[in-house]
Design a protein around this ligand. Structure first.
Ligand SMILES: [Zn+2]
Ligand SMILES: [Zn+2]
Length: 175
């Protein structure tokens, strides 16, 4: 028998319990979580968090660094890395994809799926619709304990389809 995993907030870290997707709410959550965890809310940490929370592109550490550096020229890539992993340990952001060299960070605390474009590599958020349940196979127990499940759809994004001149876009545009 397999366990049913509902897309409900208790499978998310408590810090991610807000379903809001706008930035002021994410920032409020950031403040609350830092307070609860007794982590000092420094300007650098806030800047790094804001960069991820206000960015739907699921940036990697280098992209975050390049952008934050415009505000804080003295920040180092190392600091950005450490801050990102701190934010992740606080449950404020999550990672996407295989945690190897190019880890990408996600500032969207709401339950969502991903669409990965295999042409341009862009990862876009998709909202789950209705009460979505995902079957968690028994065999997952052989590898660990599930804390969250996310679906990654792979394919070609609308922009890449347009570039390819592929008329097969779902909303029926022709060319
Ligand atoms: Zn694409
Ligand atoms: Zn996402």
């Amino acid at each position: 028998m397999s366990e049913q995993l509902l897309w409900s907030s208790h499978y998310y870290l408590s810090a991610m319990d807000t379903c809001a997707s706008n930035q002021p709410d994410r920032l409020r959550n950031f403040e609350a979580v830092c307070k609860r965890a007794r982590v000092r809310m420094t300007f650098q940490r806030m800047a790094v968090f804001q960069e991820v929370a206000g960015n739907d592109e699921h940036p990697d550490a280098e992209a975050v660094y390049l952008s934050v550096r415009r505000q804080i020229p003295t920040i180092s890539l190392d600091t950005v890395y450490r801050t990102l992993w701190l934010l992740k340990s606080l449950g404020l952001i999550s990672t996407v994809g295989a945690p190897r060299e190019k880890t990408r960070f996600d500032g969207n605390p709401a339950e969502h799926h991903h669409f990965l474009c295999t042409v341009c590599g862009r990862i876009q958020d998709m909202q789950p619709q209705g009460s979505y349940t995902l079957e968690i196979p028994e065999s997952v127990k052989d590898v660990g304990r599930v804390e969250r499940a996310r679906i990654e759809f792979q394919g070609t994004c609308l922009e890449c389809l347009k570039l390819k001149g592929d008329g097969d876009v779902s909303h029926g545009s022709t060319s």
